[in-house]
Structures are given as C-alpha cells and as structure tokens.
Design a protein around this ligand. Structure first.
Ligand SMILES: [Zn+2]
Length: 169
C-alpha cells in the first residue's frame, strides 16, 4: 500500500464512518507514523479536510489499538491454515459463519501432530512388546506364553531357554 492508496481508503471510509457513527467534530484521528501516513501528500490531505490527528511517538506500533485487532485477525486466519490465495479467500468469505473464536481449541495441525505422536507411541510399544526372540529361529513373540508354545511345537528337541521353564503354556 502506498500513500495514494491510503488516502483513497481514508476518503472512502473515514468521513463516511464518522457520519455513520454520528461523531460530530469532537474526535481526533489516530494512526501511527507509517510512511504512508506521514507522507507530505497525506498530511496535506488531512489538513485540507480539517482533521485533527493525534501526535504519535515513532516506532511504537504496539501502542496502536488497531494492532490488537490485526493480531486477532492473524491468529484466527492461522487457525484455518490457508495454504494458498484460494484458501485465504475461502477463510475471508466464510468468516461470517465462523464458529466463535476459542483460543483453547487445538488447531488441526497440532491435533494431527498429536495423533501422529500417538501412532508412533503405539508402534514403539508394539515393538517393545516383541521382546521375546526365539534363540533358534529368531522369531519375535509378544509374550512368554506364546514363546513357550512356539518353542515346544517348533523346537521340541532343543533345550528349553531357562526363562521359559517356569512359564505356563
Ligand atoms: Zn523358534
């Protein structure tokens, strides 16, 4: 956006808004010191329209109340995870029917990451359960009972591994 575009936005929106809100003349316009705000032509435009502008310290965007709104907008858009311009347009068009903003709600990406983590955990525990390896044929088995049954049927002539002697098959 440049100064000309900014002035056009002001022209099309600022005074109509002031009228719509019935603010009269007892108001002061506030914007920060962004170059398009402080451009000579913009300052001249504001002066011609007899608009009072609040003096604003430099480099202090956080003091600008609109920044809180921009942040809220960014958070809500990020929750919808648009991947391209088309997605972004959908987010914009769907915004009126959006569910209420709920910061405690997990985003889909985090939920997916958690799901992935759970799947990995399952895989790990499944692997951990396969701790019984037959010393003869290297088959892995989930529990000692299965192991003993395996050993007795497959390797009846081999000496029983000591950890299987007391297992009830
Ligand atoms: Zn075996």
């Amino acid at each position: 956006m440049d100064g000309a575009m900014y002035r056009e936005i002001l022209a099309n929106n600022l005074l109509p808004s002031v009228r719509a809100l019935k603010m009269g003349r007892g108001w002061v316009f506030q914007h920060d010191n962004d170059p398009k705000h402080t451009a000579r032509a913009t300052m001249e435009w504001l002066r011609k329209k007899h608009l009072k502008v609040l003096e604003w310290p430099s480099q202090s965007p956080d003091l600008n109340p609109i920044e809180n709104l921009w942040r809220e907008l960014k958070v809500r858009i990020a929750q919808r995870q648009p991947r391209n311009l088309k997605d972004l347009e959908k987010v914009g068009h769907g915004s009126r029917t959006n569910r209420r903003f709920n910061p405690s709600k997990r985003t889909p990406r985090r939920a997916a990451a958690k799901k992935k983590g759970a799947a990995a955990d399952q895989k790990t525990s499944a692997k951990a359960a396969l701790v019984h390896t037959c010393p003869v044929c290297r088959t892995q088995m989930p529990d000692p009972k299965t192991f003993k049954q395996h050993f007795e049927s497959k390797h009846p002539k081999s000496p029983m591994p000591p950890e299987l002697v007391d297992v009830e098959a």
